[in-house]
Write a protein that binds this ligand. Structure first.
Ligand SMILES: Cc1cc2nc3c(=O)[nH]c(=O)nc-3n(C[C@H](O)[C@H](O)[C@H](O)COP(=O)(O)OP(=O)(O)OC[C@H]3O[C@@H](n4cnc5c(N)ncnc54)[C@H](O)[C@@H]3O)c2cc1C
Length: 441
């Protein structure tokens, strides 16, 4: 079946992702004179960290946020929200599903910058799918969207620097933080903190978060082994490897650092280096002329995402001298990412948390014991439907990779579930017309 589409539009520079990296890339490219369009699947720009959108009149403690957004708004770059890029049916063509109109739109680009960010890693343990157990960043996002945690007792657990930031955010929203359980050991975290002496603003931020939590225990070398519920969550079982104890709570916010959103890059044929999209000095991928910035190229935080975005925006508009001037800053920020990886490496004990009956794929209700007979992700998928539900393996894929070492080797459209009605009823431009548009570029 040849799908028809609502309309097709051509742009010089198309940016996918309106998080910090995408906004910085779009600003730099637009200021170089290119026509720039940014697409994002969220209902507002800002990505994960500035999820409340890019209204700078809104109260925010971050001057970096205000500066980045003000620069973006001063530029001629345009942003469209609520558009999930799900397909690349032809060369230099992407298709989005627009939630508001229910239609499929087609964008034809000369240069493409992928800034698709990252998501949390979930690891299965008994009870992790119970109501009241959230991803740490997921709960933060819900609270930003209006969900109330006032008066709720919350255990924050998992790994990564975001745990502290999220615990403080939830506390500021009125929650009582019972404990922060960080699986990394103190001996891994001390060199990480010492390495931050060269980046005092990050050290200071960490210290501020810790101070804001006051007497809340920040337990290193400590991880969840089970969540317990009657009708609602009532406690989390934590361990330090020697002792195991019960922390009564109403909610568990649990995330094991971040995994990059590389699916679109892979679908476009961009090579990976390990888990990340491989890029050269200008942030260009193995596919000409596709650039990639921010978390898909390495989990290194906000400052790295911003400078990578600027480099790609400049390089994509042939401002190579200005891009080169930023390499030193970019390399310093990326070294922070490498230190993060070392400090927050997952401990082997986490691979044994899932019990035979523990659900691994929550979309398709696939349990750990159902996956054990298989030796590849493809076999397991075909026989159990693991990873074939609405999340398309975004949640169970990284878990399965961590538990079994299986990688998802094929990424196919649609990247996100698209209503069949949209594919069959959106009509005004055909794939024949898209080919004509491509020929004009
Ligand atoms: C859940 C979560 C919470 C976080 N909270 C914090 C925090 O509180 N403090 C902090 O310092 N850092 C936080 N971070 C880390 C922060 O996101 C990074 O440090 C950095 O800002 C990433 O910027 P980015 O532009 O690379 O990605 P992001 O900010 O993730 O932006 C990527 C954007 O691309 C969009 N996108 C992805 N794929 C598609 C597609 N196919 N079609 C259309 N749009 C797409 C996403 O919806 C998103 O808006 C969080 C990360 C996550 C995953």
């Amino acid at each position: 079946m040849t799908a028809t589409v609502a309309f097709a539009r051509e742009v010089d520079v198309l940016v996918v992702g309106a998080g910090p990296a995408g906004l910085a890339a779009a600003t730099a490219a637009a200021n170089s004179g290119a026509e720039v369009l940014v697409l994002d699947d969220n209902s507002a720009a800002g990505g994960q960290i500035w999820r409340n959108g890019i209204d700078i009149s809104k109260k925010s403690g971050s001057s970096l946020r205000s500066k980045t957004i003000a620069e973006f708004q001063r530029s001629e770059a345009e942003v469209l929200y609520g558009r999930a890029v799900f397909d690349a049916p032809h060369a230099k063509t992407l298709r989005t599903y627009c939630e508001a109109s229910g239609e499929i739109e087609t964008y034809v680009w000369k240069r493409l910058i992928l800034a698709t960010g990252a998501r949390e890693r979930f690891l299965p343990f008994p009870g992790w799918t119970l109501p009241g157990v959230f991803g740490a960043g997921g709960l933060q996002a819900l609270v930003k969207g209006g969900y109330s945690v006032a008066g709720r007792r919350i255990v924050v657990a998992g790994t990564g620097p975001l745990l502290l930031a999220i615990a403080v955010y939830l506390q500021d929203a009125g929650a009582e933080i019972v404990a922060v359980a960080e699986q990394a050991s103190l001996s891994a975290l001390v060199p990480f903190a010492a390495g931050l002496l060269g980046q005092p603003s990050k050290l200071l931020q960490g210290a501020r978060y810790r101070a804001a939590l006051g007497n809340v225990p920040y337990q290193t070398g400590c991880w969840p082994v089970a969540a317990e519920a009657n009708t609602a969550l009532r406690a989390v079982r934590l361990t330090d490897g020697n002792e195991t104890w019960t922390e009564p709570c109403d909610l568990l916010a649990c995330g094991f650092h971040l995994v990059p959103n590389t699916e679109l890059a892979v679908m476009l044929g961009c090579a990976l280096a390990g888990d990340f999209v491989a890029v050269n000095d200008t942030q260009k991928t193995s596919q000409e002329p596709i650039y990639c910035v921010g978390e898909p190229t390495g989990i290194a935080g906000l400052d790295a995402a911003l400078v990578q975005g600027r480099i790609a925006g400049l390089a994509a508009t042939d401002k190579l001298d200005e891009a080169t001037a930023l390499y030193g800053l970019r390399d310093r920020e990326q070294s922070f990412g490498r230190r993060l990886d070392r400090a927050f490496t997952l401990r082997p004990e986490l691979l044994n948390l899932a019990q035979p009956d523990t659900i691994v794929c929550r979309c398709e209700d696939v349990r750990y014991k159902q996956l054990q007979p298989y030796s590849t992700w493809t076999d397991a998928k075909l026989q159990t439907r693991c990873g074939m539900g609405p999340c398309q393996g975004r949640i169970c894929g990284p878990a399965v990779q961590t538990l079994f070492g299986w990688r998802n080797t094929s990424v196919r459209p649609p990247l996100f579930p698209i209503p069949l009605a949209a594919l069959t009823t959106s009509a005004s431009t055909t794939s024949h017309e898209i080919t004509e548009l491509q020929e004009t570029l």
